[in-house]
Design a protein around this ligand. Structure first.
Ligand code: C2E
Ligand code: MG
Ligand code: MG
Length: 580
């Protein structure tokens, strides 16, 4: 016996009994309910799940058409067979058109079982089709990693919102968010962890949005946020703030804390664009602008277009720039406070662009990282910096040269080889080189960073943590790392004279650094006052415009001649700093 959940819409109990007997004779065990009004049927449809509905054609207070309409309204797909005393051909056709699957005359119940079997089979087929459709829809419209709408669906949603906004004379806004340096995460931690990170980012972003705002993942590390009812610029700002705030605590994946930053571009319809594609494009341009300026977000402006094209052009030109010697190193001296002597220089790369003039690292390092050109660039910087150090050494001036390593370089398996090669080419020794890495580069993959730093330290290179204080490393966690110095980020230094809190941070970083046996360097010193304050706090070295701006090698040589500070040379001249 096959159990059959049977809903019978019928005013006659006798007819119901006959119907049930027929079903039993056909091998079914019907669990049944009989209803004869719209209300009763509605209750049954909502409270139980039915395999099949048999419905009389006309009843005193109800009809098959009413029942079909009700069923249609619920959206359920249940085989619906009319069982009636009389039904004319015309009415039968109309009923089938209204959604009935079959009709059977009460005098001809032997058709009941074959019809039931056929309709149950077809219902299964319909259900399979529906599931397949759903899957296809999912695949076509939902991003499998984040479960958010994908780009295709997002464009449709923008289109729908656009239609509505137009008729109500409203604007809609699109926020395009791109995660900064996400490629590093993928490259260093692997794609699986990259996917987990994207999923978590998607969840956090979604959690700060409210209906009717919509979020979608529209590309690798790009999320689109549609504000279909944009009430005010304040609202956009608030959403941006919420989105960025929610990303600020680091994500933890396999116990690795990963900090995620993002840039947002904003564009609106009808102000900036008239179609969904155009809207995305304009938001994209604004987003690149935000990235370029290293600000959190930018709202589209027609002037941006040019700059972005320029930026794209720059990436293409960078390779040639490295080959054609358009890069130049500036060196900025590091002053040891205790002795008043210059003890090192930091190499800072510049690009003398034939058309645009001097470009600073902030304008092209990011592009270099994204285009894979950071390796040849770093190699060029290493060779150039060591050549300079070697030249000075031969003149009897012993200055350690510091080279900045980007996150990508730190985690590049070829780094050690590249550094050794630079030593061989230039004839310099490891003691002449200090490598600066940022906290964020370490945090990206602390275990791997530790391995690389250990190897570098073992080979005799000095190591420095740059921009200290801006990342998430604690001094305790760097205790394990074989580093020699920390450089307090200039943002703390700049503010310490006006903000007591920042001064306290600098103070404690210096003390803790000393407790760990590290040299502490302050960067961004622009005044005598700052120098004095840092001297009092016991800072070891300073770097900044107050001592000397970054200069090309030749200019720096001239500066050495005239500067009030001493050098580490066999012949020493040294002003007494402590008494200034
Ligand atoms: P950084 O390593 O923290 O370098 C210090 C930056 O502060 C330099 O900017 C320097 O010109 C600037 N600076 C120095 N003294 C002062 C001062 O008194 N006041 C102010 N406001 N700024 C001062 P620059 O040259 O634009 O370099 C920016 C960043 O680009 C560097 O920050 C470094 O992270 C990166 N960078 C520079 N050269 C290279 C390179 O060869 N490779 C890589 N991967 N990154 C580099
Ligand atoms: Mg640096
Ligand atoms: Mg720095």
């Amino acid at each position: 016996m096959k159990r059959l959940n049977t809903l019978i819409v019928e005013d006659s109990e006798d007819d119901t009994t006959l119907l049930l007997m027929e079903l039993k004779a056909g091998g079914y065990e019907p669990y049944h309910m009989r209803v004869e009004t719209s209300q009763e049927m509605e209750v049954e449809l909502t409270n139980h799940s039915w395999d099949i509905i048999f419905c009389d054609f006309t009843m005193p207070r109800f009809s098959a058409f009413d029942a079909l309409a009700l069923l249609h309204h619920t959206g359920l797909d249940i085989p619906f067979i009319i069982v009636s005393g009389t039904i004319g051909e015309d009415r039968a056709v109309t009923a089938m058109k209204a959604g009935a699957h079959d009709y059977i005359l009460k005098g001809n119940l032997k058709r009941l079982i074959p019809a039931t079997e056929r309709e149950l089979r077809e219902a299964i087929v319909r259900e399979e089709h529906r599931r397949a459709d759903e899957t296809i829809h999912r695949l076509a419209y939902i991003d499998p990693i984040t479960d958010l709408p994908n780009r295709a669906r997002f464009l449709e949603l923008i289109n729908e919102a656009m239609g509505q906004a137009q008729s109500e004379m409203r604007s809609i806004a699109l926020l395009l968010m791109d995660l900064d340096r996400f490629k590093d995460v993928n490259d260093t931690l692997g794609h699986d962890r990259g996917d987990i990170l994207l999923k978590q980012v998607g969840m956090r972003l979604k959690s700060v949005l409210f209906e009717p705002d919509i979020i979608a993942r529209i590309g690798g590390d790009e999320f689109g946020i549609l504000l279909p009812q944009m009430p005010s610029p304040d609202y956009i700002q608030k959403v941006i703030k919420d989105l960025l705030d929610t990303l600020s605590p680091p994500f933890i994946i396999d116990r690795i804390p990963i900090s995620v930053e993002a840039s947002i571009g904003v564009a609106t319809i009808p102000e900036h664009a008239q179609s969904p594609h155009m809207l995305l494009q304009k938001a994209d341009i604004a987003m690149y602008h935000a990235k370029e300026l290293a600000c959190n977000y930018a709202i589209y402006d027609s002037n941006y277009k040019l700059q972005t094209h320029e930026q794209l052009g720059l990436m293409a030109e960078l390779r040639e720039a490295i080959e054609q010697e358009q890069l130049l190193l500036h060196f900025q001296p590091k002053l040891e406070i205790k002795t008043g002597r210059i003890v090192g220089v930091e190499a800072l790369v510049r690009w003398i662009h034939p058309r645009l003039g001097m470009l600073y690292p902030d304008q092209f390092i990011l592009a270099a990282e994204h285009t894979g050109l950071i390796a040849p660039l770093t190699r060029w910087v290493l060779i150039e910096a060591l050549t300079y150090s070697e030249k000075l050494r031969k003149q009897g001036i012993h200055l350690k040269v510091s080279v900045n390593l980007s996150a990508r370089s730190l985690h590049d398996a070829r780094l050690l080889h590249m550094i050794n090669e630079s030593l061989m080419i230039t004839g310099a020794s490891p003691a002449q080189l200090m490598l600066e890495v940022t906290e964020s580069a370490i945090v990206l993959d602390p275990n791997r960073a530790e391995e690389t730093l250990l190897a570098l330290s073992y080979l005799g290179f000095s190591l420095s943590i740059d921009d200290f204080g801006t990342g998430y490393t604690s001094l305790a966690s760097i205790k394990r790392l074989p580093i020699n110095e920390i450089k307090i980020d200039k943002s703390f230094i700049t503010n310490m004279l006006i903000d007591n809190k920042e001064a306290l941070i600098v103070h404690s970083v210096i003390d803790l650094g000393h407790n760990l046996g590290l040299k502490v360097v302050a960067e961004g010193i622009e005044s005598q006052e700052l120098l004095e304050t840092l001297t009092t706090l016991g800072c070891d070295e300073i770097q900044g415009y107050f001592v000397c701006e970054p200069k090309a090698a030749d200019d720096l040589n001239d500066w050495f001649e005239t500067s009030p500070w001493g050098l580490v040379t066999p012949v020493e001249s040294k002003p007494d700093l402590q008494s200034t």
